[in-house]
Design a protein around this ligand. Structure first.
Ligand SMILES: [Zn+2]
Length: 523
């Protein structure tokens, strides 16, 4: 059926099972009926002839036929526009060397000459590729080799972690930038170029709508938006234009903080008429990334010249500036979410939160000193983590954080210390699919490899809770009466899968947002 056709204020989900129940595992299915009224779970009771039917007269119903009911899922770290764009770009994710990247680029240019004029989001501008990871390449990227492969067609290639770009002379000339002989730009220089490669006119509401629906199809009801853009103005326009499959909590970056403060907008404020967009935190990036070897660490990267000023990675904002901007946000009622990947960056950001007596979120928290974990908990901070990055980067981490990876992505240690966890993808770095993050957290494994630091695995209930709005702080991996009717029906019991056999490919049957079906694979 058309997912938008159920518009009534009440709906009954019949014959649902609840995950992890004894009944589901031992004595046969215990089926429940769930009444959704005005966007909330009004009742949840055993199904059957004697079941409550109060207030249900005339309500639509959907027979779940024994499927499992779980809370709606959130992706707590998304760059949505980057994800919209990445889905349309030359995919470099499978490459393992500069030579393989060049081969793909050559192939794209020769097999589809139109790509050079029409294939990218910026017609006539050339090719934009995305997703290479150069941390362990056996060869070096160079400007000359890229020029040789591409000729006069402007080509820009973006790394999977978004912290680096490889661009040819034609594109450099066009944009008025220049690189050294590597052809690479890193951090702020590359962010500036990425901004210029986006043609906003090509990004229509319909493309956003499709991308949001694809997320709903995986059980997503909400995202935290970390796009470096005017999220506060843009998202209400999108929901008004029909991009209505997701709740969106929008962040503001430092360059737009003043205008948010002047407008009197605080974290938690509703920003659109549909009630889907709310104000989130200030986002600040405090260091680089592991793949680009710019994550700021206490110990030097092993293969980097120790005389090099960035041998331990880099701090991308001075401490006093970071605290300044966080203080301004705090005083204006705006929360903070600070990107910190290296252990030294995490120490520094913990210092900043402590100095300001301000709660908030650390984004990534990939490498932590053991002594910083209890401090993390004591300060009441939340860790927003992306478990699939550990699967993408385990070999890079083994090389560049050698001897330290026991405290890389320390999800179990954080949980045990009492730090609330939230899962996310950092899409486009990993796919906008919470089941990928849940599976990575539960298994610490992918593609049949041995688990990487299995002692840091999460149990399925904790991982599932971390992928919901409540996060692990609330321990809310199950649906209760009174909850918002942001719900998902799935094919198998996610709590009965401690080996994560089926989590990554979990069958999602239906997704509801405030009682409205945003994806219906049942009817
Ligand atoms: Zn991010």
């Amino acid at each position: 059926m058309n997912p938008t056709s159920r518009r009534s204020d009440s709906l009954i989900l019949r014959n649902v099972r609840l995950p992890g129940g004894d009944g589901a595992l031992t004595s046969g299915p215990v089926l429940h009926d769930v009444h959704l009224v005005d966007g909330r779970v009004a009742s949840l009771a055993p199904a059957g002839p004697g079941a409550r039917r109060g207030g249900a007269a005339g309500a639509d119903s959907l027979d779940a036929d024994g499927r499992f009911l779980i809370p709606g899922l959130w992706d707590h770290h998304v760059h949505f526009t980057q994800w919209v764009i990445a889905r349309r770009r030359l995919d470099l994710a499978a490459t393992t060397s500069a030579a393989e990247v060049l081969q793909l680029v050559r192939g794209a240019l020769s097999s589809d000459p139109a790509l050079a004029v029409e294939g990218s989001e910026q017609a006539g501008s050339g090719v934009v590729g995305y997703g290479f990871r150069d941390g362990l390449w056996p060869d070096l990227p160079s400007l000359s080799s890229l020029d040789e492969a591409t000729g006069s067609v402007p080509v820009g290639l973006i790394s999977g972690d978004l912290h680096c770009m490889w661009l040819n002379t034609a594109l450099q000339t066009r944009l008025g930038v220049s690189t050294d002989a590597s052809g690479l730009l890193r951090e702020a220089d590359s962010f500036a170029v990425m901004d210029q490669l986006q043609d906003p006119a090509a990004l229509t509401p319909e493309i956003y709508r499709q991308t949001a629906q694809a997320a709903a199809k995986r059980g997503v009801v909400g995202i935290v938006e970390f796009e470096n853009a005017d999220n506060i103005s843009q998202w209400p326009l999108r929901t008004a234009a029909g991009v209505d499959s997701l709740r969106v909590e929008v962040s503001v970056w430092p360059d737009r903080l003043q205008s948010a403060l002047l407008a009197g907008i605080s974290t938690g404020d509703a920003l659109d008429e549909r009630g889907l967009v709310t104000m989130g935190p200030l986002k600040v990036i405090s260091d680089g990334s592991l793949n680009t070897r710019t994550a700021w660490c206490w110990d030097p990267y092993p293969e980097v010249d120790r005389l090099h000023p960035h041998s331990c990675g880099m701090q991308t904002v001075p401490m006093d500036e970071l605290q300044d901007v966080m203080r301004q946000a705090r005083d204006g009622g705006i929360a903070a979410a600070i990107h910190a990947i290296g252990d030294r960056a995490n120490s520094a950001v913990l210092d900043a939160f402590e100095a300001l007596a301000m709660p908030g979120v650390i984004e990534h928290a990939q490498l932590l000193r053991w002594e910083d974990i209890p401090r993390f908990a004591r300060l009441g901070l939340t860790a927003s983590v992306q478990p699939e990055h550990a699967m993408d980067d385990r070999d890079v981490a083994d090389a560049y954080w050698a001897g330290r990876t026991d405290r890389a992505f320390p999800l179990d240690a954080l949980t045990r210390a009492g730090v609330p966890l939230r899962l996310g993808s950092d899409a486009p770095v990993a796919p906008l699919d919470p089941w990928v993050a849940i599976a990575a957290a539960v298994s610490r494994s992918r593609d049949g490899r041995d688990a990487w630091h299995p002692e840091q695995r999460l149990d399925p209930a904790t991982a599932l809770a971390a992928a919901t709005r409540g996060g692990t702080a609330k321990g809310s991996h199950q649906v209760s009466e009174g909850d918002a009717a942001d719900l998902v029906l799935v094919e198998t019991d996610p709590l009965a899968d401690p080996q994560a056999v089926g989590l990554r490919e979990m069958g999602v049957s239906a997704t509801l947002l405030g009682g409205r079906l945003t994806y219906d694979g049942i009817s």
